[in-house]
Design a protein around this ligand. Structure first.
Ligand SMILES: Nc1ncnc2c1ncn2[C@@H]1O[C@H](COP(=O)(O)OP(=O)(O)OP(=O)(O)O)[C@@H](O)[C@H]1O
Ligand SMILES: [Mg+2]
Length: 190
């Protein structure tokens, strides 16, 4: 599903609410059968950890951790004993097998976003929230990230909620929702 609309229309806000990263001051947010407002902080954290993967425009990697550590961390938090070997597999799947010991500052933007994608994908989330994931990348790196996102959806059956300004990219999604001034202006199947 793609979320489109002018700057300030509420795309990022909606994504944050859906992922339980921000609390709604009004209305109701239902995700995966839960009314998010009824969950405790711990329950919300567990829901995020077990079911959501998030990718941002500006990568949001932890600068003091290597690529491998960035990807392994959510797996460790979820209690996986093989976190580091799985993280290595995820990095290989995004073409970064030879970069796993690099720190974010030693990676290009495209490489950093691939690490972020591997990190989001590693716990096999049900829903991947991506907020303009190609916004800071040149065309060829952006296209590679988009292919990886759709590949993730195809391989693991994750629901993809993608904020984008790119109409061509939106058209690749099975539903396109247009926001204006915080409201849905149009919701159409592609
Ligand atoms: N935490 C917040 N509290 C109150 N208002 C906010 C908050 N975050 C964003 N806003 C406001 O809500 C509106 C929607 O912002 P949002 O960031 O969701 O837009 P957007 O559609 O993602 O825009 P862009 O395309 O520029 O990223 C804006 O007017 C913004 O100033
Ligand atoms: Mg935004």
């Amino acid at each position: 599903m793609a979320l489109i609309g002018p700057s300030g229309s509420g795309k990022s806000s909606l994504l944050m609410l859906l992922g339980g990263l921000e609390q709604a001051t009004g209305g109701q947010v239902k995700a995966l059968g839960h009314d998010l407002a009824t969950l405790s902080e711990d329950q919300l954290a567990a829901l995020r950890r077990d079911h959501f993967g998030v990718v941002f425009q500006s990568f949001h990697l932890i600068p003091t951790m290597t690529a491998l550590e960035n990807v392994a961390t959510p797996l460790e938090l979820a209690g996986a004993r093989d976190a580091f070997s799985r993280a290595a597999e995820e990095l290989a799947a995004v073409g970064l097998a030879d970069r796993q010991d690099h720190y974010p500052a030693q990676l290009s933007g495209g490489e950093q976003q691939r690490v972020a994608l591997a990190r989001a994908a590693a716990p096999r989330p049900d829903i991947v929230l991506a907020d303009e994931p190609t916004g800071n990348l040149d065309a060829s790196n952006g296209a590679a990230i988009v292919d990886l996102l759709f590949d993730l959806r195809a391989r693991h059956g994750a629901t993809l909620v993608l904020v984008t300004h790119d109409p061509k990219l939106a058209a690749r999604c099975d539903r396109v929702i247009t926001l204006t001034d915080g409201r849905i202006e149009e919701s159409r199947a592609a």
